[in-house]
Write a protein of this length. Structure first.
Length: 97
């Protein structure tokens, strides 16, 4: 089982991800897509990536073009290295969009 990160480590890791914010024991990123079709496509890409990493985020499409990505490791009740690995991988997807 992955190890829950200390708050100091979480804050350090967030320095590398300026678009992500901490809410409780979850890191969150809001992505604005060109349109609804791109939002659906982006969610599918994140889903494929998450499946490959065996780490599954909460994803929400809201409005007509917004995607909210919420990462936390439920089994440890907080954030782990896996959450930050997936966050960095998601950032790469956003750059490719």
């Amino acid at each position: 089982m992955p190890e829950k990160l200390a708050h100091e480590v979480v804050n350090e890791r967030l320095q590398e991800l300026p678009e992500w914010m901490l809410e409780g024991e979850t890191i969150i990123r809001e992505v604005i897509c060109r349109d609804f079709r791109h939002a659906i496509g982006f969610v599918n890409k994140v889903g494929d990536l998450a499946e490959e990493m065996d780490h599954h985020p909460d994803l929400l499409i809201h409005g007509w073009n917004r995607v909210r990505i919420m990462l936390s490791t439920h089994s440890v009740g907080g954030l782990t290295e896996n959450d930050f690995k997936l966050a960095h991988a998601v950032e790469q997807l956003i750059v490719q969009e």
